[in-house]
Design a protein around this ligand. Structure first.
Ligand code: 13P
Ligand code: SF4
Length: 378
């Protein structure tokens, strides 16, 4: 059993703010085996001064070099706990490396192997748009909402939440953070993922009528003062281009073909998909759930194909399918490749730190407040 899916790269990168100068030519032409053995050598030489963190969506050629793998919550907890490690190489995307920098000390350096590894969802909420939304909400509401930002956002948005009594959440702890927020205030403003927000709200028993959607490209968010006043949760109109490729029809069709199959999806999928699934959870939850299931179990998974293909390969005693076999991979996660990793490590050996991610202290201190609130309740 076990299965694999074809991969293709086609999801759009909406705005890219981080630019990677091209990789020195010598790294572009090296044979794969040489890259692998030089990465291994560099890791050995750097020893305990280095830790490599790898998100579950990383390609196999990269993840095999990670000292730890995980979802956004686990990797941020790991970064925060590695107080003695001077170099943290983050094989993931920009917002994850930023969070690691915020949670580590001034003697530590967080490195992203390719600066073009952003996140199209994080780019859907810019700080000036959030501030404009906030200003309009204060004009139209009697009390300010509690702002919550998904981890998939730039540091300035995390700082905004820290400064305004809010916090950060990940796909692992969204419900806990919403519960925390409702002890602090009457309403939540959640950005940038409309779908994680709606899925969390519905799990807590809210109905569509309790929600309002804020479209940053429309006047007053494309909504009305009455709707905003009535809403308990205001959702930013943002989404993940990868998870939007899963549909309810795919769930119904796979159930018809495999009546015994269990459907597990990431909560960035639209609500109609999550509603039809048996379970939803973070990438770490999905990996654990499938690995810990008994031999012969059948799973169809709604998340990024690298994670699903790896699970299919590692769990050959189970049937593991992807919900959409022609899905596009996460193009920004895919930017991290072995040549960039080798370039980073060999520069570290020469005491050169390339691609360090640094969040200015003024932003970092408020963002830390928002991240610490999350870590305390996680
Ligand atoms: P996790 O925190 O579940 O790993 O999700 C991160 C992400 O970007 C999913 O698209
Ligand atoms: Fe961003 Fe979606 Fe890629 Fe996750 S899968 S990093 S949310 S674009």
């Amino acid at each position: 059993m076990g299965t694999a899916v074809a991969e293709k790269e086609c999801n759009p990168i909406l705005f890219e703010r981080h630019f990677q100068t091209s990789l020195p030519e010598v790294y572009q032409t090296l044979p794969e085996e040489e890259i692998d053995s030089r990465i291994g050598e560099a890791k050995r030489s750097l020893g305990s001064s280095l830790v490599i963190l790898g998100h579950h969506y990383q390609r196999d050629e990269v993840i095999k070099f990670a000292d730890y793998t995980g979802d956004s919550l686990k990797l941020s907890q790991l970064a925060a706990s590695r107080k003695e490690t001077p170099f943290i190489v983050f094989c993931g995307v920009h917002f994850m490396a930023e969070s690691a920098d915020i949670l580590t000390g001034p003697h530590q350096k967080v490195i992203l192997p390719d600066l073009n590894a952003g996140c199209s969802m994080a780019d859907m909420a810019a700080i000036d748009q959030v501030e404009e939304c906030w200003y309009l909400l204060l004009e139209n509401l009697t009390t300010p909402p509690i702002p919550i930002t998904y981890m998939n956002s730039e540091a300035a948005l995390k700082a905004f939440c820290g400064k305004n009594g809010g916090l950060v959440c990940t796909s692992s702890n969204a419900t806990k953070t919403f519960e925390w927020a409702f002890k602090e205030g009457e309403k939540i403003l959640f950005f940038p993922d409309e779908h994680l927000g709606r899925n969390t709200a519905f799990k807590m028993g809210f109905q569509e009528d309790d929600l309002a959607v804020w479209n940053p490209h429309r006047e007053l968010g494309g909504t009305t003062p009455e709707r905003l006043q009535r809403a308990r949760i205001i959702l930013w109109k943002g989404c993940c281009s990868v998870h939007m490729q899963f549909t309810p029809k795919q769930v119904l069709e796979v159930r018809e073909r495999h009546p015994e199959i269990q459907v597990i999806v990431h909560p960035e999928c639209r609500h109609e998909v999550v509603e039809l699934a048996d379970e939803d959870g973070s990438t770490e939850y999905i990996v654990r759930r499938v690995k810990e299931s008994p031999p012969g179990s059948q799973w169809v998974i709604g998340t990024e194909p690298h994670l699903v293909n790896r699970l299919a390969h590692e769990c050959s005693d189970k049937l593991v399918l992807i919900l959409n076999p022609s899905i596009c991979l996460c193009a920004t996660m895919y930017r991290i490749d072995p040549p960039h990793l080798l370039w980073i490590l060999e520069n570290l050996l020469k005491d050169k730190v390339m691609n360090q991610i640094t969040v200015p202290e003024e932003t970092a201190s408020w963002a830390r407040t928002a991240l610490d609130r999350m870590l305390t309740i996680s």
